[in-house]
Design a protein around this ligand. Sequence first.
Ligand code: SF4
Length: 124
Amino acid sequence: MVVQRFKTCPRCSNGCMITYLEEAGRIITIKGAACPKGEGFIYETVAPPDSLIDAVVYVKNGIVSTATVRTSKPVPGPMVDEFEKAMKKLELEAPLEFGKVAVENFMNSGIDIISRTTVKKYIQ
Ligand code: SF4
């Protein structure tokens, strides 16, 4: 079903009112944007681009308590929000090694989580 939607472009003070037709997440037409930034805004809103995601996560039993991680490949646009939220809640166990897989097949997506930090295990 084709749906007509409206959005105000936030990319500059002109605030163009953009009208677009969308069908099942696919944009059919865009009208009302005075420049290409407005069309880009609509495409990113309706069909966000695939992207690598970075996050800072907690590490248990390590000599430091946080580490940075990154997805092993770009996450499909519609899943980016869900991935970001889930990655923020991750808790990993030390040791971690830079460039190695920390979590395999995260959220059954076929995408791994790669450690961007080496964290040694804390030994008392
Ligand atoms: S479409 Fe272009 S001119 Fe219009 S508000 Fe967006 S950035 Fe500004």
